[in-house]
Design a binder for this molecule. Structure first.
Ligand SMILES: NC(=O)c1ccc[n+]([C@@H]2O[C@H](COP(=O)([O-])OP(=O)(O)OC[C@H]3O[C@@H](n4cnc5c(N)ncnc54)[C@H](OP(=O)(O)O)[C@@H]3O)[C@@H](O)[C@H]2O)c1
Length: 358
C-alpha cells in the first residue's frame, strides 16, 4: 500500500492530539504537517501544547519538532505536499464551512470531525460499517466544487456512535420509534477534569446543539443517494436527551426502541454478533475485528472498563431486555475521541483510500 502524507488541522486540540497518537504508527498515513489557530502558529508543536497535552501517551517524537502552521493563512502551502487533510477545529460554523471548502477546492481531500458540513446534501457523512455506499456522492460534490481530487467527507457526531451502530443491524425488523439518553464524557467538550472543575460531583443536563444532532444525523446516515445528493430517511422517529457526566472518555447511551415486527432477544443478539461491515471485509488497519461486543454481565458495559475494547474502535452493548413502553431497551457505549472522533475519521480515510477516492 502506498504511504500517504497527511496534515492534521486542529492538531493542538483534544481530537487533534488523538489523531497524532493514532497516526504516529499508522501503516498507511504519515503526518507531515500540523495546523491550528494563529495563537499556535509559528511555535514548535511541543511548545504549542505545553500545559495542555491531554493524552495518556507522550507527544510523538517526530511531531513535537514540527512547526505549527496557521490553518487559514497557510492552507496553500499544503498543496502538492499532502494527500489528505484531517480536520478537527473549534471555529464558527460558517467560517469552518468556508475553510473546509477552501481545502477541497485546493484539490485536498478533507476528512472532517466538524459539524459544519454534516447537513450539506452532497457531503457524505459516513460510519464506515454502516453506510459506506454514501461515498458514491463524492463525484457529484467534486462536480459542484469544480475539482478532480478534492472533496469533503465527514464523520457524524460522537454521541451517535454509541447507539446508531447498535440500531443499524436491527433495521430489518422495521425500526419505528427510538428514545435515547446519552451520558457524555468531558473530553467530548475538549476538556479534562482540570479544565472543567464544574463537572466534578455533578451532571450538566445540557450540551448545546447535541440533542438536535443526535435526532437528525442518524436519518442522513440511513438516507439514500438520489440525484447527486443524500436524501435523509424518514424513519425511525428519534427523541434524544444528552447529558454531560463526570467521565473522562466514553459516551454511554440508554436506548429504547420499538419495531414493526418485534424481534426476539436471541434475534437481536444474533444480529449484533454477526454484523460485519465493509471495513471488516476489507480488513482495514483500524477496523475492529468484532464490530459489536455484547456483555452478559448485568453491570456492563462501563465507560472506565470497556471504552478501550479493540483499541477504542468497537461498540459495546449490554443490558438488553424487554421494555414496558417500547419493545426493548439496552445500553450502548463507545469511545468518543477514538471511534467517535479521530479513530472514526482515520477508519473513514482508510476506506476512502481502499476505495480509491484518495
Ligand atoms: N472531543 C470530541 O470527542 C469530539 C468528537 C467528535 C467531534 N468533535 C469535533 O472536533 C472539533 C474539535 O474538537 P476538540 O474537542 O478537539 O476541540 P479543542 O480541544 O477545543 O481544539 C480546538 C482546535 O481548534 C483550533 N482552532 C480554534 N480556532 C481556530 C481558528 N480560528 N483557526 C484554526 N484553528 C483553530 C485550536 O487551535 P489552537 O490550539 O491554536 O487554539 C485547536 O487545535 C470540533 O468541531 C468538535 O465538535 C470533537
Amino acid at each position: 500500500m502506498k504511504k500517504y502524507s497527511v496534515a492534521v488541522v486542529g492538531a493542538t486540540g483534544m481530537v487533534g492530539q488523538r489523531f497524532l497518537g493514532l497516526l504516529s504508527s499508522h501503516p498507511w498515513f504519515t503526518v507531515t504537517a500540523v495546523l491550528a489557530s494563529g495563537r499556535s502558529a509559528g511555535k514548535l508543536y511541543r511548545e504549542a501544547v505545553e500545559g495542555r497535552w491531554a493524552m495518556p501517551f507522550p507527544i510523538p517524537d517526530l511531531i513535537g519538532g514540527l512547526t505549527v502552521l496557521d490553518a487559514e493563512r497557510d492552507a496553500e502551502t499544503l498543496v502538492g505536499k499532502v494527500d489528505l487533510v484531517f480536520c478537527a477545529v473549534n471555529m464558527e460554523k460558517e467560517k469552518l464551512k468556508a475553510l473546509e471548502e477552501r481545502y477541497a477546492r485546493l484539490e485536498l481531500p478533507v476528512v472532517s470531525n466538524n459539524s459544519a458540513h454534516r447537513a450539506t446534501p452532497d457531503v457524505p457523512m459516513v460510519i464506515p460499517e454502516v453506510n459506506p455506499e454514501h461515498l458514491a456522492v463524492i463525484p457529484y460534490q467534486r462536480k459542484r466544487l469544480g475539482v478532480k481530487r478534492g472533496f469533503i467527507a465527514v464523520k457524524s457526531n460522537c454521541s451517535l456512535q454509541s447507539y446508531v451502530p447498535l440500531l443499524h443491524p436491527l433495521r430489518k425488523f422495521g425500526l419505528g420509534r427510538v428514545a435515547v439518553c446519552t451520558y457524555q464524557a468531558i473530553s467530548g467538550a475538549g476538556k479534562t477534569f482540570a479544565r472543567m472543575p464544574e463537572i466534578v460531583d455533578n451532571i450538566i443536563p445540557y450540551i448545546g446543539g447535541e440533542e438536535e444532532k443526535s435526532e437528525r444525523e442518524p436519518l442522513k446516515i440511513w438516507g439514500t443517494l438520489d440525484g447527486g445528493q443524500i436524501r435523509p430517511a424518514s424513519s425511525p422517529v428519534i427523541t434524544a436527551q444528552c447529558l454531560r457526566v463526570p467521565v473522562s472518555d466514553g459516551h454511554t447511551a440508554a436506548v429504547f426502541a420499538s419495531f414493526e415486527k418485534k424481534p426476539q432477544r436471541e434475534e437481536i443478539l444474533s444480529a449484533w454478533k454477526n454484523y460485519k461491515g465493509l471495513p471488516q471485509e476489507l480488513q482495514l488497519p483500524s477496523a475492529p475485528k468484532q464490530f459489536i461486543h455484547y456483555f452478559d454481565e448485568a453491570d456492563r458495559p462501563q465507560a472506565k472498563l470497556d471504552r478501550d475494547v479493540e483499541g477504542g474502535m468497537a461498540i459495546s452493548a449490554g443490558r438488553l431486555r424487554e421494555d414496558s413502553v417500547f419493545d426493548v431497551r439496552f445500553i450502548g457505549l463507545s469511545h468518543n475521541t477514538l471511534r467517535g472522533a479521530a479513530g472514526g475519521a482515520v477508519l473513514l480515510a482508510e476506506l476512502l483510500a481502499a476505495e480509491k477516492y484518495i
